[in-house]
Design a protein around this ligand. Structure first.
Ligand SMILES: *Cc1c(COP(=O)(O)O)cnc(C)c1O
Length: 388
C-alpha cells in the first residue's frame, strides 16, 4: 500500500474548484457599520461579533471593523474575546455571558470586560478583583426580556449600595429589547422606561439599550452606545430593515452532476417529490451539514408547515427551485426551464447572496437570517473581499 507523507499532501482545494464557497465582503460590512453609526445619532456605535462574527469569521470581520474605527465590541463567551483581542489590540471587548470561576485568567490576560448579570456573578467578580485590583466591568439589567440580567430592583439597590467595594467601577450598564423588531410593540416603551430609571441611578456610567432593530426606533433608544449585530452582516433585524444595507455574504455550491429524469419519477430521500414533467436536475454540493437547512427542502419534510414552498437557488440569471429533500451534503435543483447549454456540471449555484436575499433564503426554512448565517459550518471555502 502507498504510504502518504504529510509533507507533500494537498490539504486545500482552491476557491475556483471548491465544492462550496463563501464570499465575505468586508467592505460591505464596514459600509453597513457606517450606516448604523449614522443612524445611531450622537451615540457611539459598537459591533457585535459573537458566534464567529455571525458565522462570517470573527478574525477578519473584527479586524476590518476595528480598522474602520469600531472601538467597542461585544462577544458571547470569553474565548471569542481572546480571539478578537489579537485583531483589535486596544478596543473594549465586552463578554455578554459574564465571568465565572475558571474564566478569570482569560479575562485579565486579554483585557476582556465581563458583562455581569446576577448577584452571584457580582460576588464572584468582587472576590476575583480583590486579588487582582481595579478592573472594569459592565452590568446587564433585565427590563422585561427575562433572559440575562439583574432585576430592576437589584440594579437600583446596587446603585445605592455604599457598601460595595470601592474598586467596583462599571463602565457600562446595558439591557436588551424583546420586541425591537416591532416599532408598534408597547413593550419597547415599557422597557425604555425601566431602563431609564436604572441608567439614571448609575450616574456617570454609559448606557446601552439597542441592538440593530432598536437603533431604528429612534434617538430615545440610543443612549451612549449602540450594539448592532445582524445589520453589519446585511440581514434583517426587523422586516425590510436590510434594504438600506449591503449584502455581506454570498454562499455558492458546485453542481457535481446534471441528470434527466422522466415525468412520474421521484427525487431524493423518501421519494416525496414526484416529477410533474420530464425534468433536468442539478445535483449541488451543499446540504444541511453546510447549514443549508433541511427545512428548506422542496417537499417531504414532516413538520415543515410554516412555509408553503421550499427554497430557491440562482444560476445563469434564473431562480431555480429545490426538488425533494435536502440531504446532508447535496441538494437537488430543478433546472428544466433553463437552456441545456446554460448549465453544466462544475457551475456554481448561488444559495444566497446578491440574487437570493439572505432573509428570503431563511424564510423558506421558516427561520431568520441570523440562524442561516450562524449555521454555515466548516466546509465552505472562504474568500474575503478587503475594504479599500
Ligand atoms: C446578539 C445581541 C446583540 C446584537 O443583536 P442584533 O439583533 O444582531 O443586532 C446586541 N445585544 C445583545 C445583548 C445581544 O445578545
Amino acid at each position: 500500500m502507498t504510504e502518504y507523507s504529510n509533507e507533500f499532501m494537498e490539504t486545500e482545494i482552491g476557491f475556483d474548484a471548491a465544492p462550496a464557497r463563501l464570499t465575505v465582503d468586508l467592505s460591505a460590512i464596514v459600509s453597513n457599520w457606517r450606516t448604523m453609526r449614522a443612524l445611531s445619532g450622537t451615540a457611539r456605535t459598537g459591533a457585535v461579533v459573537k458566534a464567529d462574527g455571525y458565522g462570517l469569521g470573527i478574525e477578519d470581520v473584527g479586524e476590518a471593523l476595528y480598522e474602520a474605527g469600531a472601538a467597542d465590541f461585544f462577544v458571547a463567551v470569553p474565548e471569542e474575546g481572546a480571539t478578537l483581542r489579537r485583531f483589535a489590540p486596544d478596543a473594549r471587548i465586552f463578554v455578554l455571558s459574564g465571568m465565572w470561576p475558571g474564566t478569570e485568567a482569560m479575562f485579565f490576560e486579554n483585557g476582556l470586560v465581563p458583562v455581569l448579570a446576577s448577584e452571584e456573578q457580582l460576588a464572584f467578580f468582587f472576590a476575583a478583583i480583590a486579588d487582582y485590583g481595579d478592573y472594569p466591568c459592565a452590568l446587564q439589567v433585565d427590563t422585561g426580556f427575562n433572559r440575562l440580567g439583574l432585576s430592576h430592583d437589584e440594579a437600583l439597590r446596587l446603585a445605592a449600595d455604599d457598601a460595595r467595594p470601592a474598586s467596583f467601577s462599571p463602565v457600562l450598564v446595558l439591557s436588551h429589547l424583546a420586541c425591537g423588531d416591532d416599532a408598534a410593540a408597547p413593550m419597547n416603551r415599557e422597557q425604555l422606561a425601566r431602563f431609564r430609571d436604572v441608567a439614571n441611578a448609575f450616574e456617570g456610567v454609559e448606557a446601552s439599550l439597542s441592538a440593530s432593530a432598536g437603533i431604528l426606533l429612534g434617538a430615545d433608544y440610543h443612549f451612549e452606545l449602540t450594539r448592532p449585530g445582524i445589520a453589519l452582516y446585511g440581514g434583517d433585524s426587523a422586516p425590510g430593515a436590510s434594504k438600506k444595507l449591503q449584502p455581506a455574504a454570498t454562499a455558492e455550491a458546485r453542481i457535481i452532476q446534471t441528470r434527466f429524469a422522466k415525468k412520474g419519477e421521484n427525487v431524493s430521500y423518501g421519494a416525496t417529490q414526484q416529477l410533474a414533467r420530464d425534468s433536468r436536475l442539478a445535483i449541488v454540493s451543499a446540504g444541511y451539514a453546510d447549514g443549508y437547512l433541511r427545512a428548506k427542502s422542496g417537499t417531504g419534510v414532516p413538520l415543515r408547515d410554516a412555509v408553503p414552498a421550499g427554497g430557491m437557488g440562482f444560476i445563469a440569471g434564473h431562480r431555480v427551485p429545490i426538488l425533494g429533500r435536502i440531504t446532508m451534503d447535496m441538494t437537488i435543483f430543478d433546472i428544466t426551464d433553463l437552456p441545456e447549454s446554460a448549465v453544466r456540471a462544475g457551475d456554481y449555484v448561488e444559495l444566497f447572496g446578491p440574487n437570493i436575499a439572505l432573509d428570503d433564503a431563511a424564510a423558506a426554512a421558516g427561520t431568520i437570517g441570523y440562524e442561516l448565517l450562524t449555521s454555515l459550518g466548516l466546509r465552505y471555502n472562504r474568500r474575503y473581499i478587503q475594504p479599500d
